[in-house]
Design a protein around this ligand. Structure first.
Ligand code: C5P
Length: 229
């Protein structure tokens, strides 16, 4: 089973996806981490973000995958998740995410993971492009001010709120306006506006939909299909 959750930066979707995955006994596929890994590698290689062929070669060379514990792997080794955090890797990720060739490489890697395990996925295009046939689709979002406040709390209040709002808005614009796989709400996705809701409440709402089969879906979810093939 695939439960796909998309939404903008700072919407809380990663935390929500992680908790939903725990409750369901599924793995969580954080697709943003793959874009961040490519962004960091391109930056470190000193390759221009405008050189699509070189960025694609970097993406391919990373050979991204996921292990049975849900950790991101590159060439069979666990990637240091801390090195992918922060606005720098986020901004580099957004740049490589504009390149259709990079997206093709990463979408293929994400689908390979989806063939092996029951997943909760999270990102920008997991409901629309990567897993259009996902069993359940959600669009988790929050107002810009709320998202900036959450980011500020996460990053230890090192930046002021206005600066964070500008960063996040810029990233939203880039994600929403790009030609390939822009951030849009899939018409089948259930929108969850999280302003004023606790993470636990959002998780409960999602689990309720999943456990009741969801609107117009009739079928009850199978709890597990998974064993690595
Ligand atoms: O979700 P996260 O902030 O880690 O994503 C980093 C960037 O990677 C996003 O701003 C977006 O540009 C890109 N991304 C994407 N498609 C995804 C996941 C992330 O384009 N499925």
């Amino acid at each position: 089973m695939i439960i796909a959750i998309d939404g903008p930066a700072g919407s809380g979707k990663s935390t929500v996806a992680q908790l939903v995955a725990q409750e369901m006994g599924f793995l969580m596929l954080n697709t943003g981490a793959m874009y961040r890994a490519v962004g960091v590698a391109v930056h470190e290689a000193g390759v221009s973000f405008d050189d699509e062929a070189a960025c694609v070669a970097v993406a391919q060379s990373l050979d991204l995958d996921m292990d049975p514990e849900g950790r991101l792997l590159s060439r069979g080794h666990v990637v240091d998740a801390d090195g992918l955090l922060g606005e720098g890797p986020g901004a580099w990720a957004s740049k490589v995410a504009l390149l259709p060739g990079v997206r093709t490489v990463l979408v293929a890697a994400q689908r390979r993971v989806g063939e092996r395990w029951d997943l909760v996925t999270e990102g920008r295009d997991t409901t629309t492009v990567v897993f259009p046939d996902a069993d359940f689709k959600f669009f988790v979002t929050a107002s810009l001010a709320e998202r900036a406040r959450r980011r500020m709390a996460q990053t230890g209040f090192h930046k002021n709120l206005e600066a964070l709002m500008i960063d996040i808005e810029k990233r939203d614009r880039q994600d929403e306006q790009r030609e390939v796989a822009p951030l849009v709400r899939d018409p089948d996705a259930i929108e969850v506006l999280t302003d004023g809701l606790s993470i636990q409440r959002v998780v409960e709402l999602i689990l309720k939909v999943v456990q009741h089969g969801g609107p117009d879906r009739g079928a009850s979810p199978q709890r597990s299909r998974s064993s690595p093939s």
